[in-house]
Design a protein around this ligand. Sequence first.
Ligand code: HAM
Length: 423
Amino acid sequence: MKAPRGTQDLLPGVTEKWQFVEEKLMEISRNYNYKEIRTPIFEHTELFQRGVGDTTDIVQKEMYTFVDKGDRSLTLRPEGTASVVRSFVEHKLFGSPTQPTKLFYIGPMFRYERPQQGRMRQFVQFGVEALGSADPAIDAEVIGLAMEAYQSLGLKSLKLVINSLGDQTSRESHRQALVDHFSPYKDELCVDCQSRLTKNPLRILDCKKDRDHPAMNTAPSILEYLNEESEKYFIQVQKYLESMNIPYTVDKNLVRGLDYYNHTAFEIMSDAEGFGAITTLSGGGRYNGLVQDLGGPETPGIGFAMSIERLLMALEKENIQLPIKENLDCFVIAMGEEENLLAVKMIKKLREQGIQVDKDYQMKKMKAQFKVADRLNSKFVLVIGETELENNQITIKNMNTGDQVTIDTEQTVDYIKQAIQGE
Ligand code: HAM
């Protein structure tokens, strides 16, 4: 049996990298004062239909939807924003005196996509959402957090692109312009785009099939349709980014694949060599109508998400080694029953002091046990042989220097603690 297509097992050797990266992301979130939220992995299908948008690829083609035994239509979450907003409304977090509500999450998401490098059917997203502020400074904060997350891990080949999708009025005039622009080519567009033309013409701009149609390049850009207020907002976000020394480029074609966006939209790409077709590391933007669409009071929001899979891919492409501890503090070698009884007693004491210890559980010979200690890269080997047992002593070998001492068992824990601290 194999793991389903588009999923992967993370085995020891790799999970340490995930732990390191996830810990770093949590640390940065804490520095920015974002608090963790954990929502269910499945939700009512309707949440994503209403939240992400009925005409998006995600909802139309990529959802893992099933009917449970109680006849409810449920869906494995394809993204985190809709769930976070649902939870924000359900628990009336908008009523909390400290606003905006700044949340982060890390967890698996599911999309039925064609798997390739950097595109999985189950992937883990880290994301943040800031709800309750329409200050352009928070747009810059969210973008800054995303950039810092990558930079703090050593990534350099990063490109930030931003755009504005404008407010409702700007979007409506842009929508009309898109309809006028694409209508003459209707018959040349794919079936999906033909229906998008009436339902949601903005979606045509990120169609994978019609990407090369000549009408794509000449399509009216949203930036030309921004009203004064939207334009002012966008300029303000850029000023904040400049003030924070975050380089960016404006890409008027950036529309994002989810329906809830307005005003700021952004993506961070990697331009490291060797990246395949997929270079987008993360994406996000503002979604001022979403809370209301999901039954809450009018509340502005902005956020972004990245997958850990793509982050790790970027680290690999830039040859960045994470500082992961690969050795063991102590390995205890004992031969004979009495010796082993003393060994387990000592191991327990050492572990209680936070020292990392292991022993042989395969009844190997002394020499073979030394080999295991070597393979595990143990800093110290503690030997309890016949003589040691008789004298109530333990022999400690420093595997780096080869130095060896024999000391009383009572002093062992302190000795090891000091030796490790002194390193
Ligand atoms: P998204 O652009 O659909 O936005 O996904 C965000 C990120 O999730 C992508 O940039 C990528 O890193 C990762 N990702 C998406 N699909 C896959 C996949 N199949 N395999 C691996 N990684 C993937 C959202 O999901 C929005 N909820 C982001 C957001 C938060 N906007 C506002 N708040």
